[in-house]
Design a protein around this ligand. Structure first.
Ligand code: UT7
Length: 328
């Protein structure tokens, strides 16, 4: 067994064409553009309107693009890990659908449920597969069709979320690559952020549908407090244990849930805003897709040797950070 690190060799993404603006949301719920932009930083988000298409469709598109950039044929992929809380079905896994559609004939695949931290959990899982020597090429995807579980009569949540997918190909690195990760979980028994029905505790019934229990619910203020602490703490934790100061880090790649949480994290870790990837204004919170969407939007600016801190906080509760050195 080798002990090689993993590195990202290709990044792809898919965002649906339909743009849901703050102005359109004003026609659905009692809200306004000024409130949304000042409280969240969001101007618009993308929505997958076609009812026949869902998370696997977006994940497939993003995966194909990532594979093309990496110059890797799908048949070479050993494993597929897809982070999502909006799988097409409870089972089969979205990863299984994508495996078939892209022709990853020798790959096994599974979904991973860690909400907004899902991409980082999946990235470190894929990284460990390569480090162990069990896999040489792994496809890691973060994809969510949040519009499928958003209640568009609830102004406290419907303004936040969008649909998208991001994918990366991981391969063995000679230097740099995924260097470290820290993950945390704290079971959310208080149901601060959850989807009440549709699981085995509350299967679909007339009552669950009538009470809109298949949509996500969030106690925004409580999650905000936890997220602000958690993202900053975990970012500092991974920096300190790798002896990194703010000046050493080229880019902070934060989960895009709220611009105020992102700015608070950047301040705590000592990074100026020009070193923080932010695209929440265009896409809103796309749950597992936010971090790969940032990597995609910034890929022309990334230089080999750049030290990146990726960090996220989300439902579960889950939070985590990945330290990687860009080396493509
Ligand atoms: O990605 C997964 C993790 N999730 C997060 O990190 C999200 C964390 N939470 C947040 O980002 C914020 O809590 C929100 C953006 C959801 C809400 O912002 P807030 O500054 O925490 O607002 P709030 O919940 O304290 O509400 C302030 C006021 C309330 O009115 P009153 O009670 O002060 O009269 C709300 O009813 O704003 C009202 N409000 C709205 N007003 C206009 C809530 N939603 C809206 C809205 N438009 N869409």
């Amino acid at each position: 067994m080798s002990l090689k690190r993993a590195k990202i060799t290709g990044v792809g993404r898919y965002v649906p064409e339909y743009v849901l603006t703050n102005a359109e949301l004003e026609t659905l719920v009692d809200t306004n553009d000024e409130w949304i932009r000042s409280r969240t930083g969001i101007s618009e988000r993308r929505i997958l309107k076609d009812p026949e298409k869902a998370t696997a469709f977006m994940a497939e598109k993003a995966s194909r693009e990532a594979l093309e950039e990496a110059g890797v044929d799908a048949s070479e992929i050993d494993a597929i890990v897809i982070a999502t809380v909006t799988p097409d079905y409870i089972f089969p896994a979205t990863a299984a659908l994508v495996q078939k559609r892209i022709g990853a004939t020798k790959a096994y695949g599974f979904d991973l449920s860690a909400a907004c931290s899902g991409f980082l959990y999946a990235l470190s899982t894929g990284g460990m597969m390569i480090e162990s020597g069990r896999a040489k090429k792994v496809l890691v995807v973060g994809a969510d069709k949040m519009s499928a579980i958003v209640d568009y009569t609830d102004r406290t949540t419907c303004i936040l979320f969008g649909d998208a997918a991001g994918a990366v190909v991981l391969e063995e690195a000679d230097s740099g690559g995924l260097i470290d990760f820290v993950h945390h979980t704290e079971g959310d028994e208080d149901c601060m952020l959850y989807q009440p029905a549709g699981g085995s505790l509350r299967p679909a019934s007339i009552e669950t549908v009538q009470n809109r229990m298949h949509s996500l619910r969030q106690d925004g203020r409580s999650v905000f407090k936890k997220a602000t602490e958690g993202m900053a703490d975990v970012s500092l934790e991974i920096m300190e244990r790798n002896n990194l100061k703010g000046d050493d880090v080229a880019w902070l790649v934060p989960h895009q849930a709220n611009l105020r949480i992102i700015n608070a994290t950047a301040r705590r870790v000592g990074l100026s805003t020009d070193k923080v990837m932010v695209n929440i204004d265009k896409y809103g919170n796309t749950t597992a897709a936010t971090i790969p969407l940032c990597l995609y939007d910034w890929k022309d600016k990334l230089k080999n040797g750049d030290k990146l801190i990726l960090s996220a906080f989300g439902g579960g509760l889950t939070w985590g950070a990945v330290y990687l050195e860009w080396n493509k």
